[in-house]
Design a protein around this ligand. Structure first.
Ligand code: CA
Length: 401
């Protein structure tokens, strides 16, 4: 069958070579592509892996920090200027502490002390400033000796109401000024309560004209006290716990305290019968929660937020409680205890208003910080008053028509 004349059939070989070449070229091409993609992939993966590693590490680190912070518990002391659990003023810090304890699931617990349990009623500012205790609940105007500007953060005679004070503090720049004022004292202030408009106070005799104020010895703190002196009286500052005895023994002839709800609890009707309104000197006093700055900064961010939110809640809660309870207490005072309710005569109110303007102007004249704060307070008060003439005031008048 071997036929040497038969031409060799090269076609299978050619096909084989062509196929081999095609396979080689394709292989090289695919390999090159694969190599490039692999490089890209490797670098991307490496990069991703590195980032992932960093993220993981960061998360681990941050989780570890947070875990440490979450595990840490803080036990603080809060001193107050009020008798322990005194309605409103004294229960507000207790409720605040309870809220903080619950919201922080026990990570920040605050033990509240009444006046004189750890420090005197008027020693709260200094105690918290020094750092012997972490917190205090008091009123800024008790610290008028530290700065002439402090009364603007409680209340000033013929000044803003509770609603207006809150608007100034939270939306009118007041809170920033307050923080700035307290920074040199190593304190962080927060608003934590408001009693609403107070009563003018308890007097051991009728006040029928300006002449009846002459020589009258009255417990009235803050700027109100200075104004009262301009109007002919004599002002003293004593704490709430001493009011009853001071009135009873004749150390003072008159006192302001808060309003019916608190005054009834203090028993002031037992030692004097004339109860005057309106509270020209305290139209919407803000109570303050002061925190030692170092202690505040030692808290993790979430606990600081809890403190802030609980304070804001306490600020509103106290006003709500007084609004709800004052009139019931007033009825009790008048109907069951024969208290004589009186309105201050117009000439007395006019004199007090005029004296207030003078006293405040003089107070801030030599103190640039107080001056700056007063300008902010005054401008905000003028604006809000302008609108309240058309809103709150117009409505209250309309309702009584
Ligand atoms: Ca008062």
């Amino acid at each position: 069958m071997n036929n040497k004349n038969t031409p060799i059939d090269y076609s299978p070989l050619v096909i084989l070579i062509l196929v081999a070449a095609l396979v080689t070229v394709s292989g090289l091409y695919v390999w090159e592509l694969a190599r490039k993609e692999t490089l890209v992939d490797v670098s991307t993966v490496l990069e991703n892996a590195l980032q992932f590693g960093v993220t993981l590490n960061g998360q681990t680190q941050s989780r570890s920090d947070k875990a440490q912070q979450s595990a840490k518990t803080y036990t603080w002391k809060m001193v107050t200027s009020w008798p322990k659990n005194f309605p409103g003023l004294g229960t507000a810090p207790e409720r605040f502490a309870e809220s903080v304890n619950t919201m922080s699931t026990g990570r920040l617990t605050i033990k509240v002390y009444g006046a004189r349990e750890l420090v005197p009623a008027l020693g709260v500012f200094d105690a918290v400033s020094r750092g012997g205790v972490e917190m205090g609940h008091t009123a800024a105007y008790y610290s008028k000796g530290k700065s002439a500007a402090t009364p603007f953060f409680t209340t000033v005679p013929f000044g803003m109401t509770a609603q207006e004070m809150n608007a100034w503090l939270y939306y009118g720049g007041g809170m920033d000024l307050w923080r700035e004022l307290y920074e040199p004292f190593n304190l962080v202030p927060l608003a934590a309560g408001n009693t609403g408009v107070q009563m003018a106070g308890w007097f051991n005799k009728e006040i029928n004209s300006l002449a009846d104020l002459k020589g009258l010895r009255m417990r009235i703190p803050g700027i109100g006290g200075e104004v009262f002196e301009r109007a002919g009286g004599e002002a003293v500052t004593i704490s709430g716990g001493e009011l009853y005895t001071s009135l009873q023994t004749g150390v003072i002839d008159a006192t302001e305290w808060v309003g019916p709800y608190n005054d009834l609890a203090l028993g002031l009707h037992e030692v004097t019968k004339y109860y005057y309104y309106p509270g020209w000197h305290e139209p919407g006093p803000t109570l303050e929660l002061i925190v030692n700055r170092d202690a505040y900064q030692s808290l993790p961010e979430d606990l600081r937020k809890i403190v802030e939110v609980a304070a804001r809640s306490a600020n509103q809660d106290m006003l709500d409680e007084y609004t709800a309870r004052n009139n019931d207490a007033l009825k009790q005072l008048v109907n069951e205890h024969d208290v004589q309710l009186r309105r201050l005569p117009d000439d007395v109110i006019r004199k007090l208003h005029e004296a207030s303007r003078q006293v405040i102007s003089e107070l801030v004249a030599d103190d640039p910080v107080a001056y700056k704060i007063y300008q902010s307070y005054k401008a905000f008060a003028a604006n809000v008053k302008n609108y309240h003439h058309l809103s709150e005031q117009a409505y209250l008048n309309a309702r009584d028509l």
